[in-house]
Design a protein. Structure first.
Length: 399
């Protein structure tokens, strides 16, 4: 849904009914993840894509049918077909489970209000029931960054509370995911499968060391959607003119700045100074914070010296094991631009718990499915628990 949020927002403002088709589950290798949507309005205008083209025609016709009939949401399954070259199917070999529902801004005003938050850049989670009781399938509940439900309702009671708690945790983690709830009279009496669409704030990339490599990394980080800060204690180097792509350039001692700035499980910390008087105090603090990635630049010799100094400073092996040093993947990089690609490639691999090896040497599905996990017994997940299962603490954000 988030892939077409601006168009849906405009249609809601215009009071234009539309059919919304959303991928609610992916099996095997599929081109786009769960949460991706296509929408069709009453005039036949379509926006979005869920398969890169191979099933769009069938989804379009299903949307037109649901919109015309004004009936209940419908489910459709698309899998691989090799018997007929013209059959509907995914040539990539994956399987898609698609939910199609009709949205009328006149009767679903909360949907437009949620889209308004999303396009305005306010962190928002939209929880959509994709399986469960007939009268709840397709229903949505919007949750804001403070964890409170802001728009919509499911049952007005325990179900709302349970879904709000889960959606709030996923919003803090910054990742869209599918959750399973129910069969627990104390929290959620109905068994539900809920897809939580998360429009989170931009994750942060903190680059310490105002060097040429930092300028290239700033551009790469911004391209990937990070809010990028460059920090250096030397005012002659830490200037906005040298780093026009940074959201913020700070003149301060690195460890002092990190100690007082906001970080979370999606924050990437990149230390490019390779100077012990900056590195060691900074890394001691960074490796003790709940950030997603900590990497430090330097040669093998610098790395060994860095490890020795960190241990002498009292840092445990468990904390040191979080350090990516020397920073980046082995791409044979030489220039600042190549090095920046090496670094962000490692952050992406770390984010997705991927190996970083060539796909040609691997086997199995290329695309990892969106995780599906049950609610905890008490119905109130802590951030660490929900975040770990949703893939938090691994760097960059996702759809």
């Amino acid at each position: 849904m988030l892939n077409i949020a601006e168009t849906l927002h405009r249609w809601c403002r215009e009071g234009r009914p539309f059919a919304l088709a959303t991928v609610v589950d992916v099996t095997g290798s599929a081109p786009l993840p769960a949460g991706t949507s296509v929408a069709v309005d009453a005039d036949g205008n379509a926006v979005g894509s869920i398969s890169g083209g191979c099933v769009e025609g069938a989804v379009y016709e299903l949307c037109r049918q649901v919109l015309h009939d004004q009936g209940a949401p419908q489910r459709a399954w698309f899998g691989y077909s090799d018997d007929d070259a013209f059959a509907v199917g995914l040539t990539c070999g994956g399987e898609l489970d698609v939910l199609v529902r009709r949205v009328d801004p006149a009767t679903d005003p909360h949907f437009g209000a949620a889209l308004d938050d999303i396009v305005q850049g306010r962190p928002t989670a939209v929880a959509q029931v994709v399986d469960g009781p007939y009268d709840l399938v397709g229903s949505t509940l919007c949750v804001l960054a403070d964890g409170t439900a802001s728009y919509g309702t499911l049952d007005g009671g325990m179900t709302d509370s349970a879904v709000t708690a889960q959606a709030g945790a996923l919003l803090r983690s910054g990742r869209t995911a599918r959750i399973e709830l129910g069969s627990d009279a104390a929290t959620c009496p109905d068994r539900l499968s809920v897809l939580v669409h998360v429009a989170a704030s931009r994750p942060r990339m903190l680059i310490f060391g105002a060097v040429d490599f930092a300028a290239a990394l700033t551009r790469a980080g911004r391209f990937l959607g990070y809010q990028v800060t460059v920090c250096d204690a030397r005012p002659v180097f830490a200037t906005a003119a040298r780093f026009p792509d940074a959201d913020e350039v700070v003149v301060d001692w690195p460890h002092r700045y990190l100690e007082h700035t906001a970080v979370d499980a999606r924050t990437a910390v990149c230390v490019l100074t390779h100077d012990a008087k900056f590195d060691i105090p900074l890394l001691r603090l960074a490796l003790d914070l709940p950030v997603g990635y900590v990497g430090a630049m330097g040669s093998r010799r610098t790395h060994e010296q860095r490890l020795r100094l960190l241990r002498e400073a009292g840092m445990s092996d468990e904390h040191i094991a979080r350090l990516h040093s020397p920073i980046g993947l082995d791409l044979g990089a030489h220039t600042p631009e190549e090095t920046a690609v090496s670094i962000v490639a490692e952050i992406i691999a770390s984010t997705n718990l991927a190996s970083g090896m060539p796909l040609s040497r691997g086997a199995g599905p290329i695309h990892r499915p969106v995780p599906v996990f049950p609610a905890p017994a008490n119905g109130r997940p802590g951030l660490d628990e929900a975040a770990a299962r949703a893939g938090v603490g691994r760097g960059a954000g996702s759809r």
